[in-house]
Design a protein around this ligand. Structure first.
Ligand SMILES: [Fe+2]
Ligand SMILES: [Fe+2]
Length: 330
């Protein structure tokens, strides 16, 4: 790493600009993001003290136990389980999210390479995209090392999610605006969840804290780029493409936010979580719905700013439970 570790959550100083930037300011912003990638980047192995005794992953560690703030953690079923089962479920959920992260980032990196290939030589976005690919590669190394050390059986994306992700990958070349909505769909909800965990005041395992600090710091740049890219490109799209983007965005967000906000089917099966408990914690839980809406709120606000959250599009958002009905605050 090129600078001393900063334990605080860092944001890039550019989100204050609303609306599309002019050519010069846009190029300056991309240059600044690229520069940040040089002076503030992390290595998955050099910057995480994997072998330090306090970093050891023990499935019986009570710090893995889901708190009352967690939708599953607060159910009577979960609280009735022995401590060793409760901690294993908590760890298993972390491991699954990391594995999904590895797979998602693999699509992301391939998409970014496709995106970079169609840019003109010397474009500032080309250099930036390569920095992002490298950072995602380090994140994947970090996540997969955690998965390896945890030693729990894990499956990432399901077959239909892989098919969907492969489709989106194609868009990196043919419809990059849609690809960057996918990027935000994967990055924004997890960023929200990680920031919430880092600021909750609850004791977090030091290994997770370190991984989240690194991830949140670098993701701030990725989110910033995706938002500014969309602000610049979407106004230039044809009506047909804007329509397609406005209808597909909520579908992408609905799928991706749930992948990161509820236990996988493998976990449900492994620990025999009853269907009624899953319904109570997630499917029929207005609080889970509100939290999902909160997690996608930033992307929703961006799409609204771009005029892609209107009329029929709002109905799709509502149908998917991503936005509260009129008169109800999300
Ligand atoms: Fe990442
Ligand atoms: Fe990222």
């Amino acid at each position: 790493m090129s600078t001393s570790p900063n334990p605080d959550i860092v944001t890039v100083p550019s989100e204050e600009h609303l609306g599309a930037l002019d050519d010069e300011r846009y190029a300056t912003l991309i240059g600044r993001l690229s520069h940040q990638s040089v002076v503030k980047h992390y290595d998955a192995f050099a910057d995480v003290a994997w072998d330090a005794p306090e970093m050891r992953i023990d499935p019986d560690d009570p710090r893995w136990i889901l708190s009352n703030d967690d939708m599953l953690g607060r159910t009577a079923w979960y609280q009735a389980q022995p401590a060793s089962v409760r901690s294993r479920i908590g760890l298993h959920m972390v491991v699954t999210f990391m594995q999904i992260g590895v797979e998602f980032e693999s699509y992301l990196q391939r998409g970014l390479l496709e995106f970079a290939q169609r840019l003109r030589a010397g474009s500032p976005e080309f250099r930036y995209a390569y920095h992002e690919v490298i950072e995602e590669g380090q994140h994947s190394l970090m996540f997969s090392e955690f998965v390896r050390r945890a030693g729990l059986p894990v499956r990432g994306l399901q077959w239909w999610q892989r098919i969907g992700a492969r489709q989106v990958l194609r868009f990196a070349r043919t419809f990059p605006e849609l690809f960057f909505v996918f990027v935000l769909g994967g990055e924004d909800p997890i960023d929200h969840v990680q920031r919430r965990a880092l600021t909750s005041g609850r004791e977090v395992h030091p290994l997770i804290r370190r991984i989240m600090q690194i991830h949140v710091t670098e993701e701030a740049r990725h989110l910033c780029f995706a938002r500014h890219y969309l602000r610049r490109q979407v106004p230039q799209l044809s009506a047909l493409r804007r329509f397609a983007l406005s209808r597909r965005a909520p579908v992408i967000l609905a799928i991706m936010s749930q992948m990161m906000m509820r236990p996988s089917s493998t976990i449900v099966r492994t620990y025999g979580i009853p269907a009624a408990v899953v319904r109570e914690a997630y499917t029929r839980n207005p609080e889970h719905r509100a939290r999902t809406q909160e997690a996608v709120a930033k992307v929703r606000a961006l799409l609204a700013e771009l005029g892609l959250y209107e009329g029929g599009a709002v109905r799709v958002w509502r149908m998917l439970g991503l936005t509260a009905p009129p008169g109800v605050t999300a």
